[in-house]
Design a protein around this ligand. Sequence first.
Ligand code: TYM
Length: 333
Amino acid sequence: MEKKTIFSGIQPSGEPTIGNYIGAIRNWVELQENENYENIYCIVDMHAITVPQVPKDLRRHTLELLSVLMASGLDPEKTTLFIQSHVPAHAELTWVLNTLTYMGQLNRMTQYKDKSKRFEDSSINSGLFTYPVLMAADILLYQADYVPVGEDQRQHLELTRDVAERFNNRYSPTFKLPEALIKEEGARIMSLQDPEAKMSKSDANKDSYLLLLDDPDAIRRKIKRAVTDSVGVVAYNDEQKGIKNLLNIYASFTNEDIGNIVDRYEGKGYGVFKEDLAEVVVEALRPIQERYNDLINNKDYLEKVYKKGAEKAEYMANKTLRKVYKKVGFIPR
Ligand code: TYM
């Protein structure tokens, strides 16, 4: 049986949060262990520059993210790990796909609408607008069957399928239509300060997110400050969105049934629940942080990993790009 291809990406635009981990990274680690899948994961530095980045921080965040991915369990012997800007085919296919993507559809992307609010109309860069086209190119180059992501990426996946279908119809069947793999539980971890908003590393309020590399004191402090409600009962419902989110985080790290956790805190206040949750998170992140500290100091090894990853990725990507160039009418060199 031919293996199915799994592709996903993550931006090095800051330090990864537990939202990235629960919504994406830990699912990638699980998929890696399934021998029916060929796994490819990409650090998307070209996506990151759609909002201003300090160059030396971007370089540092890229290597930190590679270390975090490996510390979380992604094994470069089993999985292809690479950096987007190392494989020029991503930019090249994006150009072709740009010519098949309608402005109207890009205008409807909710992530674009959210992100562009931060800028004056006259200073929204066109990279932010065509961001989903680069994402489509990432996925389509590898003929991915499945794309494991959090809920916030669903709309981008739909656009990817639309653009692929348009290309296939206009020229001839070329791209596989990828499917989003979104786990129900943990697909949307919310801000600790505003349970209506997604937890995001770009949030100005540092208390709103837990970073994978936060030290135990920071974790305890942020969870203690997490916004709850005045009901005072640990329960899982939409009237108590703050507690609901904390329960989701708890269950994600212990793999427990939410009902069991709720039962255990019957008659106890939020204080005890929050203290226990903090210890759950501290203990879950401890082994990841230990492995991370070894990896980040081993720059030679990191370089070997991303160079080998880029070679493998480039080979696969170029196969698709050559077909695309031929079909649109470019003369081969
Ligand atoms: P990014 O870097 O914002 O996030 C990486 C992954 O983490 C998930 N995620 C979350 N899941 C649950 N709760 C949260 N609070 C949370 N925050 C983030 C995201 O859904 C994502 O799966 N556009 C993508 C990167 C990308 C990509 C791709 C993904 C570029 N090319 C190709 C898949 C395939 C992004 O900005 O992810």
